[in-house]
Design a protein around this ligand. Sequence first.
Ligand code: SF4
Ligand code: SF4
Length: 127
Amino acid sequence: MAVLKVGLCVGCGVCAKACPHSAISVFEDGVRRIVFDSKKCEECSFECNEACPMGALEGKPDKVGLVFEFAYCVICGKRLNVVKEEAEYLAKKLIELGENPEIAFLCDNCKRKRLFGVANKYEAYLG
Ligand code: SF4
Ligand code: SF4
C-alpha cells in the first residue's frame, strides 16, 4: 500500500530531486511546500523511497501537499535555508555526535563567527 508517513517527513525535498518523473515538487515562497502528484508517478524503482533519509515514503506517494515553515537563525534572526523540522532533525544528529546542536539553528555568518570565535580563543590560549 502506498504511504507517506507525514509525521516522519522533515520537508527536505530530497525525494523530489530523486524522482525521474517530476512527480514530487518543491515550491518555496514564504514557506516550503512539498507536493506529491500521484498521477505523474510512474511507480519506477521507487527511487523516492530509497532517497528519503527519514524512511517517510513506502511505495507510491499519495497525492498530498505538505507545508513547512522555515527556521530562523537564533542569533541574528535571518531566515535559514532549512525548515524547522530539518533543523530539529540536524540538531538531534549533532547531539548524537556529541556536537553542539545550536549549530543547526545558525545562519552561515553567525556559524562562521561562532566557529572563528572558538578558534581565536584557542589560539589565544596557546599563545
Ligand atoms: S515511485 Fe513515483 S514518485 Fe517515487 S521516484 Fe518513482 S515515479 Fe517518482
Ligand atoms: S525525502 Fe522524505 S523527509 Fe524529505 S521531503 Fe521527501 S518524504 Fe519528506
